[in-house]
Design a protein around this ligand. Sequence first.
Ligand code: ATP
Ligand code: MG
Length: 320
Amino acid sequence: MRLSGITPSGHTQLGNHLGAIARWAAGGGADDLYFVADLHAMTTTHNPAALRARASEMLAVLIAAGIAPERVFVQSDLARELGALTWALECTCSYGEAARMIQFKEKAGGRSGVRLSLLTYPVLMAADILLLGADEVPVGEDQSQHVELARALARRFNSTYGEVFTVPRPVLPLTGARVRDLADPARKMSKSTRDSAGVVFVLDEPDLIRRKIRRAVTDAHSVPAYSPDDRPGVSNLLEILGACTGVTPQEAAAAHTSYGQLKEAVADAVIETLRPIRERTLSLLADPVELDRVRKAGATRAAERGEHRLSSALRLIGAG
Ligand code: ATP
Ligand code: MG
């Protein structure tokens, strides 16, 4: 069983859709679960109301993109279960192990004023994985150390207190286009980027999408060619067009004779790819009672799937 999460650290962007969500919707095993990792968005200064709104929005986007509602949940709906399991796992983890995490060292930069949760969130991540019994966790390079920690904690807990957890392993996410920021093709498109001029959000209106794509940074050439290393801007547009229309970037290049023509084609393709998702998301958000019903059902199912592991773990560690 695979488990994947997405943090509502910003609004869902095109790269999230093409690189992750569309693939989640298209495939996977019947048991696979996807979740909105809102608790993970609290490790640095955050705005509670904005976070709550983004979490609902992201849940709606996942469902609108075609992931079956029974395979999706919002992490904070399992806050009690995850909080309890996190504590048991913190009592299985050493301070040094947590402090060694590269992401913690980078983000904390030695400052003691950072939130304690920045140090401990990999343990919460271990709780996400171990509660639900995921054996495969698709993660990028930046998160694989955290899955290794989850693996170490599962092994240690099992051998110290008794067998309860499936030992997870990190698996490489499906490879595919890494969508780059349109305004700065040197970096990848990210939902938490402060300057959103080069970020296409899934819920952007069509006109805005077209404007952002027209302004995409390219290079001094005028005829499209696919060459990611020396022409990253135009190559990014070709990859986006390819991903949206099911052709290779080289085929997309051959079909266009100018940058202007290419940008219009990319804008059309992105707008049409996102249109149904945007429309379905807006209609889900317009019916908060129904969205809440779906959300509660997803949370209940996920909690049920983890219940026996949580109660066994607490009993084995001596709690109650
Ligand atoms: P943040 O800025 O908070 O890191 P993000 O946009 O990078 O946000 P993540 O939450 O880190 O998104 O990742 C969610 C999923 O989206 C992951 O599976 C990740 O690989 C994928 N993803 C993120 N950005 C891109 C991108 N530019 N191209 C392709 N896939 C992406
Ligand atoms: Mg990221």
